[in-house]
Design a protein around this ligand. Structure first.
Ligand SMILES: *Cc1c(COP(=O)(O)O)cnc(C)c1O
Length: 354
């Protein structure tokens, strides 16, 4: 047996590209078009570089405290990681450890499958209905755990708290993880966070990458019962004690403290999203009533790949998933109003020229 036969072979997740083009409009990875809260800039500029000699706080206490206070929880109910990808990775390793398949939707965040394969966790995917909704009955048989984003990615479709609770209530013997990467764009009352007091096995996952405009800082977190969080901590301290770097911890704390700015940029993005939906429909696109910071649009006549390529030639980057279930659509991140203007002008040209 050669060394190559002993290698762990994986088919990695493919993130959206980070092109370096001049004057580009980047609407391909659901980043925020606005800067982080102003206090984040002050924090960055005034940082004491000598502190880099020292390890960061291994328990990430300053940030966990700030988040716990913000959400009205105890610090022991919050776990922080290097983006929610790191949090979900740790959660797969911690909670999905049985021989029964873990369940997630067929159309969903494509990273779930990669972690399951990496850790050799058995899994099964469940189709969405024709309107891209989850079918709760599919999640009521014995399983090794459940995860889905709400709103879902890349559809943007939001399930009601009642629907999600129906699934949680049917699964007292598994950990149910709700990936709320986009919930801040979905309006008041969209989150299942209030349910963590009633369901010890519910983990709610959030990120600073989208609604807090801090994808570059790599901060994600999750919330749940003290028991769940202590299981995660035990695994984290078995992999890497110091996941979060000092600047990220400090910038995270000041971001959480500026709630007015947070609400303001979310409000702007939601307005632009609704406007984009209307204008896209006028150009012959259809889409579900998405609640994230992106639209998931299909043109009635022109193939998605063709539009994707034509936009690229104009330095406008959107996401095209070249898989049989998704290749008739584009996922377009909501940018500023000015970016939306330029996108619409380009699409108009492309549609009229087709
Ligand atoms: C963006 C995204 C994540 C990962 O975000 P991080 O940048 O790692 O915090 C996780 N889940 C979903 C559904 C996402 O869209």
């Amino acid at each position: 047996m050669s060394w190559e036969d002993k290698v762990r072979k994986v088919e990695p997740y493919v993130p959206g590209e980070q092109p370096d083009a001049k004057d580009m409009i980047k609407l391909n990875t659901n980043e925020c078009p606005y800067p982080p809260a102003p206090a984040v800039k002050d924090c960055l500029w005034s940082m004491d570089y000598d502190r880099m000699r020292l390890y960061p706080n291994p328990d990430v206490l300053p940030l966990r405290k700030a988040l716990a206070q913000y959400h009205g929880l105890d610090t022991e109910q919050v776990f922080v990681g290097v983006g929610s990808d790191d949090v979900i990775d740790m959660a797969f390793l911690t909670f999905f450890n049985s021989d029964i398949p873990v369940l997630f939707p067929e159309i969903s965040y494509s990273f779930y499958k990669v972690w399951a394969e990496l850790y050799r966790i058995p899994y099964a995917t469940k189709p969405l209905d024709k309107d891209f909704h989850i079918v709760p009955a599919d999640y009521k048989n014995a399983n090794g755990g459940i995860i889905f984003p709400n709103p879902n990615a890349p559809t943007g479709v939001l399930e009601s708290v009642d629907t999600v609770e129906e699934i949680i209530a049917a699964n007292p013997d598994s950990v149910v993880m709700i990936d709320e990467a986009y919930v801040d764009f979905a309006g008041e009352g969209a989150s299942v966070l209030p349910l963590i007091d009633r369901y010890e096995n519910l983990l709610v996952i959030r990120t600073f990458s989208k609604s807090r405009a801090m994808a570059g800082a790599r901060i994600g977190y999750c919330m749940g019962s003290r028991k769940l969080i202590s299981c995660l901590e035990a695994v984290k301290f078995s992999v890497n004690s110091y996941t979060m770097n000092t600047p990220a911890i400090e910038m995270g704390v000041v971001s959480v403290k500026d709630d007015a700015y947070f609400k303001e940029i979310i409000g702007r993005i939601v307005n632009t999203r609704e406007r984009m939906k209307k204008e896209l429909k006028a150009l012959g696109f259809s889409m579900p009533d998405g609640k994230g910071n992106f639209v998931f649009a299909k043109h009635e006549k022109i193939p998605a790949k063709k539009i994707y390529t034509a936009l690229r030639e104009r330095n406008i980057f959107v996401r095209f998933f070249d898989t049989p279930l998704l290749n008739d659509r584009l996922r377009i991140t909501v940018g500023t109003d000015e970016e939306a203007d330029r996108l619409m002008a380009a699409l108009k040209e492309i549609v009229e020229g087709a």
